[in-house]
Design a protein around this ligand. Structure first.
Ligand code: FEO
Length: 173
């Protein structure tokens, strides 16, 4: 059974994961409209992963005798000044999510809720992976700068990054 405090903290994370899914969906759409298919596919996949992160929390709360709360969401940014800016936002957002997960883990220790603490370890590992992928992408984008040819090759190569990411990811749910 989850305490009210844990239930509320987990529900807050549900909202963050759902908003993450929307943020990346908006990025996918923007990239698609701009003609970068590889980047767009990467973002659609990211958006789907975030939805899985959300669903995993929903199931856990309900299984532990709580009630998962499906709330309204903040609207995401839908346009970006550049691809670099978009990937900077992706990286910053993943750091924000990692901090949020860390805070959740901290609360489970305060509450001595070791079942939830154990459950959250999957998210801790996932955030290490997600931050690493975002950092790798940002490094590449910084190398490319404004070079159109570089962006074309990057758009092709990012599909490989998606494959590597999901291969080390394990099962999302
Ligand atoms: Fe579910 Fe990318 O954090």
């Amino acid at each position: 059974m989850v305490s009210k405090k844990i239930e509320s903290a987990l529900n807050n994370q549900i909202r963050i994961e759902a908003e993450s899914s929307q943020i990346y969906l908006a990025m996918a759409v923007w990239a698609e409209v701009k003609g970068l298919e590889g980047v767009s596919k990467f973002m659609y996949d990211q958006s789907n992963e975030e939805r899985e992160h959300m669903l995993k929390l929903v199931k856990f709360i309900n299984e532990r005798g709580g009630h998962a709360h499906i709330s309204e969401l903040n609207a995401p940014n839908v346009t970006f000044g550049s691809f670099k800016e978009m990937f900077e936002k992706l990286f910053e957002h993943e750091v924000f999510v990692s901090n949020s997960i860390n805070e959740l883990v901290h609360i489970t220790l305060q509450e001595k809720d070791y079942a939830t603490h154990n459950f959250l370890q999957w998210y801790v590992a996932e955030q290490i992976e997600e931050e690493a992928v975002a950092r790798t992408i940002l490094d590449k984008i910084n190398m490319i700068g404004d070079d159109k040819g570089g962006l074309y090759l990057f758009d092709r190569d990012i599909q490989q990054l998606t494959v590597v990411s999901s291969a080390t990811d394990g099962s999302p749910v």
